[in-house]
Design a binder for this molecule. Sequence first.
Ligand code: SF4
Length: 368
Amino acid sequence: MPSSISNLLERAVVGDRLSADDALRILHNAELASLARAANAVTQRLHPEPYRTYNIDRNINYTNICTSGCRFCAFSRHAGDTDAYLISREDLFEKIRGTIDLGGNQILLQGGLHPGLDIEWYEQLFREIRENFPEINIHGLSPPEIYHIAQISGLPLATVIARLRDAGLGSLPGGGAEILVDRVRKKVSPCKVSSDGWLDVCRQWHRQGGRGTATMMFGHLETPAERIEHLERLRDLQDETSGFTAFICWTFQPGNTDLAGSPKIGAFGYLRMLAVSRLFLDNFQNLQASWVTQGLDTGQAALLFGANDMGSLMIEENVVAATGTKFRIDEEQLRRAITRAGFVPRRRNVFYHLVEPPGGDARPMNVS
Ligand code: SF4
């Protein structure tokens, strides 16, 4: 006889691993309040500390020129479009200086799949950033970009990854995962790397000692079962490499995309999925809230639905903003949101080490 939903939730709370079928049953059937209690209990077990964390970085999109044509994207342009761009060094360095002035220690450097930029271009870029701003971590290039650079350069993935690391790539954001099920990818991003390819970039990055995040963008053409399949693929890879520092899920924003007019997932749907992710991803230490797509109130509620981190302040964000969804806040607002959820706000770096203002301490958090 199958376990009741409350039994499944109790098992997850004490650390028993859920199967994909268990997670799907919970996603479909659990009451929101019970789900929140269970996800929060898991978060409290993993993070009994009184604080919740956040980061300060800037999302710099070095180009919007892209050959991929993903149907959910409102950001990309063709090379000949009047508003297509490739950032100049001058603009890039000015943005990095501005990030440092605001207390940031990292840039999230991502762009489209540019048809003309090979490995040498990226190596040169990273070396110049490292020489001019040695204190800045380059959290950059999603797995699809790395896969694309390998193809453009005619080099094996492992070589590209080793060369990018040597040039200064510090950590790998898990963008471009969307849903790691090829049936869905063929519909929403047919020209982008496959599910196996996305996972293989992460695998090789982790094997070479790199760390990075995993993501999921949901609420477009996938089924609930495919969301769970996505989580299972991430959990399997994490069992293998332990290379993911955190998981972040967010909801698809249909504005200005080929899928405009599709229903948008609201706060409850987002919080439900976040909570199930917390129960299922038992080998992920950290889950981030997504206030960039959901707004700060829902982001704050996420701290009670499985998230232990508010993500980044994001001094600049362009990709979600291109869909018309724009939530902008300052550090004080972010800290206040954490406080009002009942926690002490603490800044961290990308590796989840606490970072205090100059003169303070930096103690490592409990990271797997
Ligand atoms: S999501 Fe990324 S890869 Fe897809 S079209 Fe937009 S910029 Fe290109």
